[in-house]
Unconditional design. Structure first.
Length: 149
């Protein structure tokens, strides 16, 4: 009786080499397992991308508010349109939906920014400005210091 290896070698040498049904089933099973694993990563990647986009919009919103406060302080330190307790709303692109920051937008409000200004904090001559940008799922706090004029 010939062994399995001898039979395979003889078939291969005659040009009649073929895969067995078991080999094909194992290969398909292995490929299916790998594809299912890869497809399982897509929801995680989409969630991470959405979270990253939300954080980026929040940072840009806070940066715009800080720039507006800085510009107001340089032009006329006595009049300020953005004060403690001011709440601003922004659409999904981070564009203001009211006239307090950059004009009107037709989008619905997705982000809300609440501003808190504490004078002479942490030392005299500095104002601490905190902007809390809130989305439907998270709150992103941003803090900076401005010299008082």
């Amino acid at each position: 009786m010939r062994s399995y290896c001898e039979t395979r070698f003889r078939r291969a040498s005659r040009g009649n080499f073929a895969f067995t049904l078991i080999e094909i089933v194992l290969a398909i099973g292995l490929i299916s397992f790998a594809i299912i694993g890869i497809l399982g990563l897509f929801p995680v990647a989409m969630s991470a991308a959405h979270k990253s986009q939300e954080e980026t919009h929040a940072a840009l919103i806070a940066r715009g508010i800080f720039a507006k406060i800085e510009a107001e302080r340089q032009l006329d330190p006595t009049t300020r349109t953005i004060k403690t307790g001011t709440a601003l709303t922004f659409d999904e692109s981070g564009i203001a939906t009211n006239s307090q920051v950059s004009g009107l937008s037709s989008g619905k409000a997705i982000y809300t920014a609440e501003i808190t200004i504490q004078q002479n904090i942490p030392i005299a001559g500095l104002d601490q400005v905190e902007v809390d940008v809130k989305s439907a799922t998270d709150t992103y706090p941003f803090v900076t210091l401005f010299h008082t004029n």
